[in-house]
Design a binder for this molecule. Structure first.
Ligand code: HAM
Length: 420
């Protein structure tokens, strides 16, 4: 029986890879301009890391993680997101002792056992940014960076939603108000939310069941319960965003799916992806580093879903692979062996060269050269070898000239402007 890839876990074929590389290179260039440095973190972590940071009663930890015991029966999880790992690495390597190390980005695969559909997969890729600085200016900078990046890629119609999740001080009185409201409507909540009401009532704002969504429209919101500090912090973030010309919508019902958020949170939304309308999202997380055993440094960041970006880029140019410039066509065993050496030497000297390995007819080889977009073809057969030459064919005009085999590498490098 044929073995196929796991549902929701996709291959990225060579024709698509160019676009991925292009998006990644734009990210790397812009993030570097903003002072972010790349960090590479493991794909596999101890389960405890995510349970403690994302929150035991979130959908991600409750039902979406790929968790399994290793041979020593330690529970491991394929990372569902990157923030927890970046914070863990920061703490583990004591990067707080190096003041220049505050801004990081990382790009790579994440895993969540969700129901696959367009824009939602079980293995997906995130471009992720984290800054461990506690100032409203950095919240604004990170949001601005997200928008600059999306703009650079020409992603249209992005709507930025922001909210404040407050701090522990304002969350306590808010929880009481929310719990009172939910108690009054509890029998109209879905089964999951009846449970959430007691474990993590904030999560009910995220419920996709229409009746719950309707009930939550009238629920009290955190934004109306912010303490003075959180209110003025949010005002500063909004002020900085305005100073950068950023247009935003305040969305008091946006709670994000992870428990570590405090104060400013945000999402970049698109009308072009149906239900999966978040291209990226993030926010501040005061207290997370301390929970993970580190210093009490707060952070803010975001992650963008690569697949969603690429769906939005579909049909647009970008990331074309370099076409092959030269094709070496040879006829007969001896010529093929000589051609094989020539190809390797030219590749070593930086020329994009391809050849035929299957002893096909000259016609078939020329057809292949054309398909690959080669501008020139070297043709070598027994007659040419006997004369100590090869034919250099210019594909567009169809003209051919003889080139002595002696010194052919230099001659070709000159032709393609590769001589230093
Ligand atoms: P998140 O909102 O869970 O945040 O994910 C960020 C983005 O990842 C989403 O907006 C979406 O584009 C993409 N994404 C999430 N799940 C899937 C999926 N199943 N299939 C395809 N794309 C998906 C976080 O992960 C936070 N760690 C972001 C953050 C960084 N907050 C602070 N720093």
């Amino acid at each position: 029986m044929k073995i196929t890839a796991i549902k929701g876990i996709n291959d990225i074929l060579p024709d698509e890879v160019g676009k991925w590389q292009w998006v990644e290179s734009v990210a790397r260039r812009i993030f570097a301009n903003f002072g972010f440095r790349e960090i590479r973190i493991p794909i596999l972590e101890k389960t405890e890391l995510f349970a403690r940071s994302i929150g035991e009663s979130t959908d991600i930890v409750e039902k979406e993680m790929y968790t399994f015991p290793d041979r020593n029966r330690q529970l491991l999880t394929l990372r569902p997101e990157a923030t927890a790992s970046v914070v863990r690495a920061f703490v583990q390597h004591q990067l707080h002792l190096q003041p220049a190390m505050r801004k990081f980005y990382t790009i790579g695969p994440m895993f969540r056992h969700e129901r696959p559909q367009k824009g939602r997969y079980r293995q997906f890729h995130q471009i992720n940014v984290e800054a461990f600085i506690d100032d409203p200016m950095i919240d604004a900078e990170v949001i601005y960076l997200l928008l600059v990046f999306l703009q650079e890629l020409n992603i249209p119609d992005i709507d930025l939603h922001i909210n404040s999740m407050g701090c522990v001080d304002c969350r306590q009185p808010f929880r009481i108000a929310l719990s009172e409201y939910l108690a009054g409507v509890s029998e109209r909540l879905c089964q999951d939310c009846q449970r959430r009401r007691l474990t993590n009532p904030l999560r009910i704002f995220d419920c996709k069941v229409e009746s719950c969504r309707q009930l939550m429209r009238d629920a009290p919101v955190l934004l109306d319960h912010l303490c003075d500090d959180c209110r003025s912090n949010f005002a500063s973030v909004k002020g900085h965003l305005k100073s950068l010309g950023v247009i935003f919508t305040i969305n008091p019902h946006m709670v994000r799916g992870l428990d570590y958020y405090t104060r400013t949170t945000f999402e970049a939304l698109t009308p072009h992806l149906g239900a999966q309308n978040a291209v990226g999202g993030g926010g501040r997380y005061d207290g997370l580093m301390k929970i993970l055993g580190g210093p009490d440094l707060s952070g803010t960041g975001f992650a963008i879903g690569m697949e969603r970006l690429l769906l939005l880029l579909a049909g647009k140019a970008g990331g074309q692979q370099h076409p092959i410039r030269l094709f070496v066509a040879s006829l007969g065993a001896e010529a093929q062996s000589r051609g094989f050496q020539l190809v390797q030497e030219l590749r070593f000297r930086n020329l994009l060269v391809e050849m035929d390995y299957e002893s096909r007819s000259l016609k078939a080889q020329l057809r292949r050269a054309d398909k690959l977009g080669a501008t020139h073809v070297i043709i070598m057969g027994e007659n040419e070898l006997a004369k100590g030459v090869a034919l250099l064919r210019e594909m567009e005009v169809g003209s051919q000239e003889e080139v002595p085999l002696d010194g052919i590498v230099e001659k070709l490098l000159q032709k393609f402007d590769l001589v230093m």
